[in-house]
Ligand binder design. Sequence first.
Ligand SMILES: *Cc1c(COP(=O)(O)O)cnc(C)c1O
Length: 427
Amino acid sequence: MKLVNLKDDSQQLSFAEALQIGLGRQQGLFFPAELTPLKDIPGLLAMNLIDRSAAILGHLLGDEISAQDLHDIVSRAFAFPAPLATVDDNTYCLELFHGPTLAFKDFGARFMAQCLAHFAGDRKITILTATSGDTGAAVAHAFHGLENVQVVILYPQGKISLLQEKLFTTLGGNIRTVAIEGDFDQCQALVKAAFDDQTLREDIHLNSANSINISRLLAQICYYFEAFVQLPDEARENVLISVPSGNFGNLTAGMLAKVLGLPVTGFIAATNSNDTVPRYLKDGVWDPQATVATLSNAMDVSQPNNWPRIEALIERGYLPASVLRGYAVDEDYTQVAMRQLAAKGYVSEPHAAVAYRALNALRDVQQAGIFLGTAHPAKFRESVENILGSPISLPIELAEVAGKEILSSVLPADFAKLKAYLYRELV
Ligand SMILES: *Cc1c(COP(=O)(O)O)cnc(C)c1O
């Protein structure tokens, strides 16, 4: 697979290279140099999740990973289902929260981890990343127990919920977690300083694992096919998919699935009040406002970092602009949507509710609608219980970690201290 830097055409890389460096020159995103549709869609739709996903990824990656190795990677990465729940007659939720950290980020993070381990072979590598919650947990679980990979995760001390903290700080083994006495921006600055320190980078073999890594998007393409497979035949004619969006990685993957031949009609870019994209799609002006805090906080992003990839899909003629519409949902309607879903017997959480509301606002009556369930309701227990007025139970994954001990070290937001820690632990 050949990838190009969207900011600098002259930088062309293999998948293995793009995987390992993450971002290109001038902070440019990597994008497939060419995309060709899959050949036998009906044949693919007849396969199970693992075989189909291995076939789709094999089509994209070419001969960079052998078919057998890729099948092994996919079996280890996608070790949990993505069921399509029926909400009513013609409305479905693709539940992407049955992985170890109960959020869709498990799919991308686990595939990325398996690929990095595959290409590292016998070399030792270190993954250093900062998290404000969700991604850290997905990354920690994805790499846990992988040979030759050491993981160090920085997070702001006292700024994430206790349950969220326990989800990634209790693993031990090759997963080290450091509570930084500072905020998330300071954690990110420390990671950046580490990558800028060439000697340190080489001494501990630093690799990037950030959310714009192309491997994550490729993995996420697969579950859009899985959604379609589970639709009843009569619903397959005209399908609209609503994607709750923050950095727009998930939506990019959906649109890539359509380029590859997924027979759906269109997509909705559903956002909360951080509505840069819906406004842009309406009036053509890119005008990010200050980010505001909402109930769907994983989507509190006003400068979405994957947007250039969606623009590229349209500018390069892979898809007409008309396949994508935007819709922003405010806090009141997010709550209304959660109550409407509960009245139909489906307990959901704020991110999925945003997508559900946007779907109902834009769909045609005849259209089958799928909205993505990006997180388990228990991950947002407090707001879900407040809004629905009834208690929800903790799934086994959360109940289990609740009793475990936090294994984190604590460091000040000081690069010299972090550097000393990294040498002590890893060299
Ligand atoms: C990360 C996240 C999103 C947003 O996904 P993007 O790919 O960044 O658009 C939506 N919902 C939940 C629960 C998330 O964790």
